[in-house]
Design a protein around this ligand. Sequence first.
Ligand code: NAD
Length: 352
Amino acid sequence: MSIFSAPAFDSHELVTFGRDEATGLRAIIAVHSTTLGPAVGGCRMFPYVSEDDALHDVLRLSRGMTYKSALAGLPFGGGKSVIIGDSRKDKTPELIRAMGDFVHSQGGRYVAAEDSGTGVADIRLMAERTPHVSGMDDNEFGGDPSPSTAWGVFISIRAAVRHRLGQSDTRGVRVALQGLGHVGYYLAKFLVADGAEVVAADVNQANIDRAVADHGIHVVDPGSILSEEADVFAPCAMGAVLNVQSIEQLRAGIVAGAANNQLATEQDGARLMDRGILYCPDFLINAGGIIDVHHQRVGSTEAKKREHVNHIEHTLSQVLTRADESHRETNLIAETLAEDILHSARSKPLAA
Ligand code: NAD
């Protein structure tokens, strides 16, 4: 395993490997940047096939967090952690507490939040060992930031529909939704309430049943959701879903979803553009969760939090307009915008 020459290595400030024999913990923390503040990012638990896969994931995810927080106007840097293991079989309270010790060893440079395979209960266990955690407060949703993520994605879909189809709401718009988990469930709810037609797929029957019972959506086979005839494809399951093969299958003119790292490679942004598909960059439109975490930390009102999440729509509109004007990929425009924010923070003189 190499680090500095790993394809996803991008001048990360720190990459730390954690091992605890007693609990079986094997984890990696990647801090991409602390330019704007402590590197806040989720702790993912996943049964990676290899340590290289885990490293690749944590490097890409942490870089995405830097861009996400910068574009969202948050005082956070970019970081992420991964635990190698199956959250349904390997997760024990002691393993999660050991992860808390590992997070603590970073001295506050990295702050852990929930992610796929971890939840608010795990963050509370880590908090027994470290104050450097976020997203565990009790609120209307029990500290879960997913409804805010879903809201940010929903208003982004609305903005993309306005940009591409010229209508102000999503009434009659057909959305193919991949994944009915924490985010997908709420996204379906917001879309249906706005008049959209939602067709969804998931590999988890309980999640399908819950969404069908609560929102009355249509369900299709997971294998056919990509090629579903729709106006919008909303990936809310896993990363790298947009690749050389899948982009050919897409029949929707807009892609806007919550999943992190949707583009398998940088070139996939160009592939989407070549096919005339409007891609809403994931790290821009799925920032609602991290914005929620920030407002939990500072103890804001729900109204203030919502106002901040709503700003995503403005930033996205700016990105879509610039992309049209310059005939460049939306993901590159959004990355440039984030780099500009980081650059001006770096060049600011230190306060006396
Ligand atoms: P989740 O694990 O709760 O839900 C994912 C859902 O996708 C599950 O229901 C799962 O069964 C389903 N799924 C898995 N493979 C599938 C497949 N092949 N086809 C269809 N469905 C499949 O996760 P989540 O919290 O809802 O997050 C969804 C995505 O959004 C993840 O990529 C996550 O990293 C990203 N994200 C989440 C948040 C948040 O606030 N939760 C914030 C930013 C980004």
